[in-house]
Design a protein around this ligand. Sequence first.
Ligand code: B16
Ligand code: MG
Length: 215
Amino acid sequence: MTLIRGVIFDLDGVIVSTDDCHYRAWKRMADEEHIAFDRADNERLRGVSRMESLAIILERATVPYTDAQKAALAARKNEYYVELIHSLTPADILPGALETLAALKTKGVKIAIGSSSRNTPLILKQIGLDKAFDAVADGNGITHSKPDPEVFLLAARLLGLAPADCLVVEDADAGVQAALAGGMKALGVGSAANNPTATYRAQSLAEADLTAMLR
Ligand code: B16
Ligand code: MG
């Protein structure tokens, strides 16, 4: 029987809901470029890196973009996004997240962030959780984004734990896939709540009995 000694939390969609900020920033950029983009398209960007997200959006572009133009589009979107996340506050922490972190700390279970976002440090600061985790692995420290397991393997290493001793909480199918590929268990919440491959499923952290998943 494996005992879970560390829980690695995805950030966007698990600890805080930044989906709408991502959507509004991409939408503003896409509108300026006359590229069709809606909320259904936005779902495909969950857990996916910034440049891979742009590649998905550009599938609907009617003109070609050079690599330099693509880099400029991604930078422009990020400017819009950073502007929006500056208004995040602790009130934007998702239901059940703080209670879950506190319960795990009480049990001596280590906690980490495993996020594709390069804006992770700013987001954690905005919501007052920049000192809450034992380790933070994010888009700044990896080469391959989800569904590659790199970010979760880095988080486990920073915690000093073997992947098999870790449980990942994810809202993206790409993230669930990454956790399993890394040899970890996965709890799917939100958009991944019905993912049949996840080890456990719950609508949100508020409805998940995480302590029951620790063994
Ligand atoms: P950035 P997560 C992901 O965060 C988001 O879900 C995804 O939509 C975004 O494109 C990605 O971060 C990169 O974000 O542009 O801020 O570096 O869900 O892995 O916490
Ligand atoms: Mg996410």
